[in-house]
Design a protein around this ligand. Structure first.
Ligand code: PLP
Length: 257
């Protein structure tokens, strides 16, 4: 059985975070496991409360899995604070790691901070180097590289800067740029651009989470990174096309037929 692990925050509305990741794994026929870092109370309108879990509870969840189960790939999402980044980093370092994809989640679409400022530096300096891939969106890439990103050339420059922080592969997601929805991949040698049409649907909650967990699922199945990204992107396009409304705000993407 192919397996994948998500280390992320719980989303009570079921669209993003742990819940979205597990749905993505299941849709790929990959057995999903989870380490919960934080619990969010949220619906389609806002994130109303966040409780970061204590570092010991996070460490114990990671230990329970890696001391017993073969893990094919790891996706890391919301880490919330410095203590959580530290706990995840130090516990993962005890084990031989399968490939890790890190989605450096910082702010929800509804505007709530999902990673506190002082945790960003630790994530970049210490967690990035153990990752096989990072998948920042434009805003996250701008915050980390401290450069404005307006076009594809800027995205490529940002990829190079981010790659210098230690991850083996970088995927900068262009969904937030005005004229294009192109993502740029960089492995330290070559760039690949993944172009796609903008899909007119505002029900996109959980898109970023699902892209990184779909990449992890495709690694577990056995695809190399450039194929895993291609397959993850076509999965996401279909999921956005099927995005549906469940409340008064923007609804989730669709993970099932
Ligand atoms: N809640 C959790 C737990 C998340 O991990 C994320 C994104 O990673 C979000 C909310 C935000 O999702 P979105 O920006 O798609 O609404």
């Amino acid at each position: 059985m192919k397996t994948a692990l998500t280390i992320a925050g719980s989303d009570s509305s079921g669209g993003a975070g742990i819940q979205g990741d597990l749905k993505t794994f299941a849709a790929h026929g990959v057995y999903g496991m989870s380490v919960i870092t934080a619990i969010t109370a949220q619906n389609t309108v806002r994130v109303s409360h966040i409780q970061g879990l204590d570092p010991l509870t996070i460490e114990k969840q990671i230990d329970a899995i890696f001391s017993d189960i073969q893990v094919g790939s790891v996706k890391i999402g919301m880490l919330y604070n410095k203590r959580i980044v530290h706990a995840v980093l130090n516990t993962l370092k005890k084990y031989t790691m399968p490939p890790i994809v890190l989605d450096p989640v910082m702010v929800s679409t509804t505007g709530r901070i999902l990673l506190k400022g002082d945790a960003i530096t630790m994530m970049v300096e210490e967690l990035f180097p153990i990752c096989h891939m990072i998948t920042p969106n434009i805003l996250e890439a701008e915050l980390i590289t401290k450069m404005p990103i307006k076009n594809i050339d800027d995205m490529k420059k940002a990829c190079i800067r981010l790659h210098k922080q230690g991850p083996k592969n970088v995927l900068v997601k262009g969904g937030h740029l005005k004229d294009t929805a192109t993502d740029i991949y960089y492995n330290g040698y070559d760039f690949i651009s993944y172009e796609h049409e903008r899909i007119p649907n505002t029900n996109t909650h959980g898109t970023g989470c699902a892209l990184s967990s779909a990449i992890a699922a495709n690694w577990s199945i056995g695809y190399p990174s450039h194929v895993a990204i291609q397959r993850a992107k076509s999965y996401i396009s279909k999921a956005i096309q099927g995005g549906f409304s469940i409340g008064s705000g923007d609804g989730p993407i669709k993970h099932f037929p």
